[in-house]
Design a protein around this ligand. Sequence first.
Ligand code: F3S
Length: 405
Amino acid sequence: MFLTDEEKRILDGSEGPGKQKAMEMLYALGLTFDAEKLIPVKRAHVALSGQEGDTYWCELLVSGGATCAITPTTNPYWDTCYLTKFYEVTKEELDLANRTGDAYRKIGAKLTYHCAPGLSTGVPFFGEHIAYSESSATPYVNGALGARSNRESSISALAAAVIGKTPYYGFHIDENRHGHLLIEVEADVKDCYDWGILGHVVGELAGYHNPVLRFKHKVNPGPEDYLYFGAEAATSGAVAMYHMVGVTPEAPTIEAAFGGGKVPATAAVITDKDLKEREAKLTPATGDINLVMLGCPHYTYDQILEIDRLFAGRKVSHNTAFWILAEAGAVELAERSHLRQKLELLGVRMVGDTCIDEPCWKSFEGHLGLTDSPKCAYYRERRGQPFAIRRLSECVEAAIKGRID
Ligand code: F3S
């Protein structure tokens, strides 16, 4: 792998041990994937999670004197000031969260604490080379926006931010972005929940390959639709790049989606029945619920508005908590428009900067929760809380009754 003289000097430690560690990481990654060289990036997104490994890596770089050459945006951990008013955490859990914030502050990250950077806090240009971690963010920036990112880890994305470069391999290279399998979609996808279920089916079919979707019915996905689609395709599979013929920017035609080469035979046809079957497989749980959790990935302001419309002044059941996790800017907008205050009177709370997969939610574990996101259910179930999955309108009705039938 070719390194410039300056890159070699950093690797030799002449710019301090922090930058040296970051360069060692990029160099090892480049060697592993046969990268020819490093390329400059102006944007990175670090999926910090407030978990020990991510925090350790950032502290290690900081203690070696590293700061970021480009300011990366960051994923959420949890709002320690606000949520500790409601829920108990241990001193160790709070200390780790505070250490995480301190470390990323010191290294010079942009503390956006938002897991959908491609929607607002870090929107790349078409064709721009970037280094984004967060499994739901990568398919969005690659597939929907046509930017170029590998499926970075928080470790490699932070290293890229410190050096301002990333190894040139994978989705940075034209031929690796081309489609691998053709999926015909005959199903009617109407809202972001349907897009999520479609993503779940596609992810399982595609694995880590690039699916090309051709739709029977005209589709016009919005930001939340792309986000839900990619989040679930990266949950049931490892999809980081996709094409939708006549819709996404690198697929004006089916031939273009496959790189101008031969279009393969159809690998699968997805119908309404397939989506219903997937939904039935994902959503069998019923019973009393102690939590409705929305915002994995983070909700937008428009989704908060939709919740207000669906509640229509009705209240959440006294034995159920209702939480919306959203980008801090969306929460701020809700505050300004008094939507937040209005919803709080109904028992609907919202919080920015927070992920569903954090210790602040542990008091709900052991009881049934409800969400509109299979990704949320997947992570929460790993922490010991069974989850039912339903579309948003059903989540709202269940919250009012305190149970899902
Ligand atoms: Fe965001 Fe956490 Fe879900 S980072 S996508 S809320 S698992």
